[in-house]
Write a protein that binds this ligand. Structure first.
Ligand SMILES: O=C(O)CCC(=O)C(=O)O
Ligand SMILES: [Fe+2]
Length: 277
């Protein structure tokens, strides 16, 4: 995987980059097949009749909306199980991720953040689990020059709520966060954090929400401001995230490349200056 000069400059300028048709269709379909099997297994476990069509890439998640309509907690079972799909785990460490990191972060020594990979299921109208505007760094730590590799498993149209970005905002450097207002009570870990002075900060930037499709890759700088969109469709927005850090980064070196919430660490113990009461 060789990026061209325009892509490298685009990423440096905007803090994110969309690459169409990046992954092999077969690799993506293997993950979708895994999800299809897990939905079937969870339905069977709860005695639900399986009337789904045979697997196809377009309808791999059939039955999931029925499952969560019957019991929202059964969706949580699917959410935990999909991380254990072997084909998903093969993609996490895809050799091209290291190559991309070497091109976008010259001199970097790529590391794969433990617990930093997952499959999001953004259900229609479930705004409680949206990621508010954030930088990845406080939520993940490891190194501030890390990269998120984000890839959809469904075609992301405007009604599915594509991820929103503030182009160029990564050049702010690490920004302070505070606890979310009471409106967002019930959120925990990184989800309970909000950017300090969010309104003023966001007012300085344009917001874009690029569309994508299965096989596409969106690369995010750990410092670019981004937020989940609002899913107003009738289908979950399924997406994969793989997070890499740079072992050669001096800030990471100074705190021992600690992880954040996923590693059971409160980032405030590492970066007290990035928290405002
Ligand atoms: O997919 C989303 O809604 C949010 C993604 C995100 O914040 C991330 O991948 O770091
Ligand atoms: Fe994020």
């Amino acid at each position: 995987m060789q990026l061209n000069q325009a892509q490298v400059e685009d990423f440096a300028q905007n803090g994110f980059l969309v690459i169409q048709d990046f992954y092999d269709a077969a690799d993506i379909m293997a993950v979708q097949k895994g999800i299809h099997a897990i939905i079937g297994a969870v339905m069977a476990r709860h005695g639900m009749a399986d009337t789904r069509p045979a697997f196809s890439a377009a309808t791999f998640d059939a039955g999931y909306m029925d499952l969560i309509a019957a019991n929202r907690g059964w969706g949580g079972e699917v959410y935990d199980l999909v991380k254990e799909i072997p084909a998903f785990n093969r993609l996490i460490a895809h050799a091209s991720h290291e190559e991309l990191m070497r091109q976008l972060r010259p001199g970097a020594v790529p590391g794969l953040a433990a617990g930093g990979s997952g499959i999001r299921i953004d259900n229609p109208n479930e705004d409680k689990f949206r990621a508010m505007w954030h930088q990845e760094y406080p939520a993940q730590l490891k190194s501030p020059d890390g990269l998120v590799f984000w890839s959809p498993l469904v075609k992301v149209t405007p009604d599915l709520g594509p991820v929103m970005f503030c182009p160029g905002s990564h050049r702010e450097g690490p920004l302070a966060v505070c606890h979310a207002d009471p409106e967002n009570a019930g959120r925990s870990g990184a989800y309970a954090l909000r950017l300090a002075g969010e309104d003023k900060l966001l007012a300085r930037y344009q917001q874009v929400a690029p569309l994508s499709a299965p096989g596409d890759l969106v690369i995010l700088d750990f410092l670019v401001l981004h937020a989940s969109g609002y899913n107003r469709s009738e289908r979950p927005r399924w997406s994969m995230q793989f997070r890499y850090y740079n072992l050669a980064n001096p800030t990471g070196q100074s705190h021992g490349w600690k992880g954040s919430f996923a590693a059971g660490i409160d980032f405030r113990s590492i970066h007290p200056e990035l928290f405002q009461d």
